[in-house]
Design a binder for this molecule. Structure first.
Ligand code: ADP
Length: 399
């Protein structure tokens, strides 16, 4: 019988869940509860019996998770019929303390709590999800899988910001990086597709979803990544600016009288593709730029140029590169972006074959020309499966 893991990703007003076979990655059911704590909420449950949508208020995460359990009971698959081995929680910030997934106990909860200053929006929501699931499944092992863990291999010269010692030592100011579960999964997939051990490969992986980041992976270890102490740094994203001059904050404060919260909100929620074009969804940007709309054309160019800059930087970091890998919603689907982002890099051995790039597949595929020095791949990420696998690894070794 298969080992199933219930994967939970608790946001401030949402709860995503997925019932995953940790061995095959098969998703038996999945869904989301949205607008938790608001006057009207919605639960979408997707199972072999079909898609169920129900609307009602969910007062808190406990109420939402109970509704999810009811959805399993009412619409299947019945949790009583599967071997549920663990609950796997996505936890955004593990600070410098967590480089591997961890079995959840009171001490772990306290440790995640102590990291709230580093992730004031995300970690409290993740803790809410953990408390709720522990109450509902007191006998089931629960595992925290940290988004930052994969990047704990960064060397000091890559993770250190050039700021005073007191900030670095007393306030843990440094680069942490995110999207770690995705990088872990995608790097292993790339090695599988290339038919070589990951420990032999140097990869530049581009995770381009609503959030976007780039990572240099040397022989399986993250050695640099574009997101920093928070997910704001680096590439242009759906609504986040990515890199700006850090003096921009002071400038906006002095010139426009903006508070630090105003700056934070604008750079995180009103910038990126949205700020440049009015659209945060890459499909809209791509559609309207083809009609010659200026905002979307500029958004596309800035997005692709920033990626190219990071590819060049990480090429220099790695010295030799075996593959460039595109993943996540935009990376897996936007062929025009892939071609534009890697254009002009032939001297580095990086090229995209037009016909291969325009193909679509549910399996990873190669988009570089035959015989290219550097393979360019599209790989479908699967963070839920990775969390399930990591949770089972912890539970297996604990048992
Ligand atoms: P998240 O970061 O929330 O996990 P995803 O990895 O699912 O997000 O990526 C979501 C984004 O992917 C969407 O906002 C959209 O911009 C982009 N996307 C999805 N499908 C396509 C497509 N066919 N073409 C271009 N972009 C797409």
């Amino acid at each position: 019988m298969s080992d199933f893991v219930l994967v939970l990703n608790a946001g401030s007003s949402s709860l995503k869940y997925s019932l995953v076979d940790a061995v095959t990655g098969h998703e038996a059911a999945s869904g989301t509860v949205q607008q938790i704590g608001e006057p009207s909420g919605v639960l979408n449950h997707s199972a072999p019996s079909g898609e169920q949508r129900s609307e009602r208020p969910f007062v808190n995460h406990a109420d939402a998770l109970q509704a999810v359990m009811d959805a399993f009971t009412d619409h299947g698959p019945s949790l009583a019929d599967v071997t549920l081995r663990a609950v796997g929680h996505r936890v955004v910030h593990g600070g410098a303390r967590f480089s591997v997934p961890v079995l959840i106990d009171d001490a772990l909860v306290e440790a995640v709590q102590s990291l709230v200053p580093l992730a004031p929006l995300h970690n409290p929501a993740n803790l809410e999800g953990i408390a709720t699931a522990r109450a509902l499944f007191p006998d089931l092992p629960q595992v925290a899988v940290f988004d930052t863990a994969f990047h704990q291999t960064l060397p000091p010269h890559a993770y250190t910001y050039a700021v005073p010692l007191s900030l670095r030592e007393e306030h843990q100011i440094r680069r942490y990086g995110f999207h770690g579960t995705s990088y872990s999964f995608v790097a292993a997939e790339a090695a599988r597709v290339l038919g070589r051990p990951l420990s032999d490969l140097n990869l530049i992986v581009l995770h381009l979803g609503n959030g976007a980041s780039a990572t240099a992976i040397e022989r399986g270890r993250s050695v640099d990544t574009s997101m920093g102490i928070s997910p704001l740094e680096g590439l242009v994203m759906g609504t986040r600016s990515g890199d700006v001059d850090p003096a921009l904050h002071a400038h906006l404060h002095r010139q426009l009288g903006w508070s630090i919260d105003d700056v934070d909100r604008v750079l995180n929620r009103e910038s990126g593709l949205r700020g440049l074009s009015g659209y945060n969804d890459f499909r809209d940007v791509d559609r309207w730029r083809q009609f010659g709309d200026e905002g979307p054309m500029l958004a596309f160019d800035v997005f692709c140029y920033r990626i190219r800059k990071y590819v060049g930087a990480y090429y220099a970091v790695l010295g030799t590169v075996d593959a460039v890998v595109f993943t996540a919603g935009v990376g897996e689907n936007a062929a025009s972006m892939r071609a534009a982002a890697l254009s002009g890099l032939e001297r580095l051995g990086i090229a995209v074959d037009g016909e291969r790039n325009d193909q679509r597949s549910d399996e990873p595929w190669l988009i570089s020309p035959e015989g290219s020095e550097v393979a360019v791949l599209v790989v479908q990420t699967n963070e839920e499966w990775e969390i399930a696998r990591q949770a089972m690894a912890v539970v297996g070794s604990a048992g």
